[in-house]
Design a protein around this ligand. Structure first.
Ligand code: PLP
Length: 381
């Protein structure tokens, strides 16, 4: 089976992990701080906190921005459920902004309309989570220009977009947002097994996230209420979680990050080969954001909706592990229970009916890609 995505682990990655395993620190230790520095450097961000997974990164980003009961968070329905669930963890309400039907990213026109309506009703969101779908950056400048005058915070969910760039800067540099989150799940751009990160240019926010990832506890003398106690003393100053990443995982992440540019080059090559093949097929690739470069976490096509099911089955039967990204979040039973229904976000629902993700990962060979293309040609012949 050719999967739609998979990790690439080489000998250096293995050595990096086994070296930590033989040392003194297994859970959070020196590799964690090193991974944070390397990520901040690569993404041209001032600061970075790494956590146990990308969902934890979103949760803590929301908390750091003060999201809580009575607040609203808006995100895109074409995403993994974590982009919305992070609000629910904070006790906040979720609403969605419909997507651009051509690329599945949050649609700036729909956002502008929805903001105008919400402002007149006095229920503006506190936070918007913009998802760089498949690694193709959202039009951040336009989104920022809509949100900033209203004091609305912007989180970039860049789980797909490590290595992508927008207007000449890497995703994560944060010119247009408050915080950016990453995921290091094995199908993502780099992996640490499980892992995630929050990037940002406000060190106060990132320090808050570091405290919240370990129970809200600090030992930093500068932050303690009292310095009367002995060396054992620590304070829990807020209600936090155990969202720590291990040094084993951080070591793998550091080793993987050295390879990220090679990964992106290969993903872009694969995308280009698909682009050529799609020209003679009834398959429409995403229309990509101008002045941006996708990291191609996914290679998503739109196919005729009435053929999507049979095409999916045909490719699966031929050992090609295509996927569907994503079932619109608002149609999930949990969100239906909250009052959402089919028809609420028609562009997202239409996008879902025609979308299919083809295999793309650094170790996909040209031969395997040709097999995928050959199967598509055979299906439509
Ligand atoms: C993978 C993913 C997440 C969650 O990341 P985990 O590391 O699996 O918790 C969040 N948002 C999007 C868009 C993702 O693809």
């Amino acid at each position: 089976m050719i999967p739609y995505g998979r990790q690439s682990i080489n000998d250096e990655d293995v050595t990096a992990v086994t070296e930590v395993l033989a040392g003194s620190w297994l859970t959070q230790g020196p590799k964690v701080a090193e991974f944070e520095q390397q990520l901040a450097h690569r993404c041209q961000s001032q600061d970075c906190a790494v956590v146990s997974n990308g969902t934890a990164a979103l949760h803590l980003a929301c908390l750091a921005l003060g999201l809580g009961t009575g607040d609203w968070l808006w995100t895109s329905p074409i995403s993994f459920v974590a982009s919305a669930n992070c609000a629910r963890y904070c006790g906040a309400s979720v609403d969605f902004v419909d997507v651009d039907p051509n690329n599945g990213n949050l649609c700036p026109e729909r956002l502008a309309e929805k903001l105008q309506l919400a402002e007149s009703q006095g229920r503006l969101p506190k936070v918007v989570v913009a998802v760089h779908f498949g690694g193709n950056p959202c039009d951040l400048k336009i989104i920022h220009e809509l949100l900033n005058p209203l004091g609305i915070k912007l989180i970039e969910d860049a789980s797909h977009a490590l290595g992508a760039d927008y207007h000449g800067d890497p995703i994560g540099a944060g010119q247009y947002s408050d915080l950016t989150t990453l995921s290091f799940h094995p199908v993502k751009i780099i992996t640490s097994g499980e892992g995630g990160a929050v990037l940002g240019n406000d060190s106060v926010l990132i320090e808050r996230i570091r405290q919240l990832r370990t129970h809200g506890i600090t030992k930093d003398p500068a932050l303690l209420d009292t310095t009367e106690e002995g060396g054992w003393y620590y304070e829990q100053q807020a209600l936090g979680w155990n969202y720590r990443i291990t040094d084993l995982q951080a070591a793998l992440g550091i080793s993987q990050l050295k390879r990220v540019d090679d990964f992106i080059v290969r993903r872009r090559q694969i995308a280009q080969r698909y682009d050529v093949a799609m020209q003679s097929l009834p398959c429409q690739p995403l229309s990509l954001t101008t002045e941006a470069n996708s990291s191609f976490h996914l290679y998503v096509i739109q196919v005729p909706a009435d053929q999507r099911r049979s095409l999916y089955d045909y490719l699966q039967d031929n050992a090609i592990g295509v996927q569907v990204h994503y079932i619109p979040i608002h149609t999930q039973p949990y969100y239906r229970q909250l009052g959402f229904k089919l028809g609420d976000f028609p562009q997202a629902e239409a996008f879902y009916r025609g979308c299919l993700s083809l295999p793309v990962f650094p170790e996909l060979t040209d031969e395997d890609q040709d097999k995928v293309i050959g199967c598509l040609q055979a299906f439509f012949a």
